[in-house]
Design a protein around this ligand. Structure first.
Ligand code: AMP
Length: 176
């Protein structure tokens, strides 16, 4: 089996979580398979190593998992974006709409240096709202968007079309 097939087999789909109608892609079985999890980090690095990335921004919370391993493997900083109220120092924040209600995410004001090329990473791309909000925070911080990286893309939700306004470097290891 190739890497894509092994990832696809390991991801568990939980119907109606966290609410009716959502098919939740549970990546926790991948984390139990240490070898597979390492190979995922290496596959991400292969994708991005020639793209002159200065730092990786990971989105809370599952964007921290491979985001940080990838940053370590590439030898560049990892920067967390968190839900409002979690980061302790001075922050910039961005509010965005969800299907029901809204959400707000934050980054430390001093996390990104002006002009740094930033890769935005999360476990899964659905509608793209979360990744776009992260891109807005990177731009507010003076960074440039070098690309978007996901483990999984739910292509039927067309999130990619939303992201293309920020960067056309968009990569996922597996697509549904
Ligand atoms: P979106 O902003 O719609 O692109 O949603 C992406 C965020 O929500 C990511 O942080 C995902 O972890 C989470 N998410 C959305 N849909 C799913 C799903 N079907 N399974 C797992 N996580 C999801």
């Amino acid at each position: 089996m190739n890497l894509t097939e092994r990832i696809t087999n390991a991801i568990r789909t939980i119907p109606d979580f966290p609410k009716p109608g959502i098919m939740f892609k549970d990546i926790t079985p991948l984390l139990k398979d240490v070898e597979l999890s390492k190979e995922i980090t290496v596959a991400f690095a292969e994708q991005w190593k020639a793209k002159n990335i200065d730092a990786i921004v990971g989105i809370e919370s599952r964007g921290f998992i491979w985001g940080n391993s990838l940053a370590q493997l590439m030898g560049i900083p990892f920067i967390p974006i968190r839900k409002k109220g979690k980061l302790p120092a001075e922050t910039l924040s961005f509010k965005y709409d969800l299907e029901y209600g809204s959400a707000e995410i934050e980054i430390h004001k001093d996390a990104i240096d002006k002009g740094q090329k930033i890769l935005i990473h999360d476990d899964l791309l659905a509608t793209g709202g979360t990744a776009i909000a992260a891109a807005e925070l990177v731009k507010m911080s003076g960074g440039e968007i070098a690309g978007f990286s996901f483990l999984v893309e739910l292509s039927f939700l067309n999130g990619i079309q939303e992201l293309e306004g920020h960067s056309t470097n968009i990569h996922s290891l597996i697509t549904y």
